[in-house]
Design a protein around this ligand. Structure first.
Ligand code: TYC
Length: 132
């Protein structure tokens, strides 16, 4: 007759280590995840740079009606009637004036809209952009 083998058992509810010798590393969440799961955030190698800005300018001429210029400034550059009038008069008196400052593609679109409207209405109004 053999002697009974003593088996040491932890009391009910006692803490067990998460990972014991010989287990497979899977955690006990039952989702196949591992307690070694990691998320890696890599720092960009180059820093993102601020976009270059461009000034959009209106040029004076002797023929484009003042009212047309004011409407363009309101419509394309979202100016109030008062601001549009001020910019138009500045261009009229000084030959050139700033409508706004924008990233390249926005500036380009605004220049195109002004030039398209001028051509459509047969006015010689000129609008240009320059790197700030
Ligand atoms: N000089 C124009 C006139 O007397 C008005 C005008 C203002 C034209 C601004 C162009 O960008 C301009 N009718």
């Amino acid at each position: 007759m053999r002697a009974p083998i003593a088996v040491e058992t932890a009391p009910k509810g006692a803490a067990r280590p998460l990972r014991g010798a010989g287990d497979d590393g899977e955690d006990r969440r039952g989702n196949g995840g591992s307690k070694h799961d990691t998320a890696t955030i890599t720092k960009p190698k180059t820093r993102s740079k601020r976009p270059s800005l461009y000034r959009v300018l209106l040029l004076n001429d002797d023929y484009t009606p003042m009212e047309f210029v004011v409407l363009v400034l309101q419509d394309v550059f979202n100016k109030t009637r008062e601001d549009a009038m001020r910019v138009m008069l500045h261009v009229h008196n000084h030959g050139v004036g700033e409508c706004g400052i924008y990233p390249f593609e926005v500036a380009e679109t605004k220049v195109t809209r002004v030039m398209d409207a001028a051509r459509k209405n047969q006015h010689p109004l000129q609008c240009v952009m320059e790197k700030q």
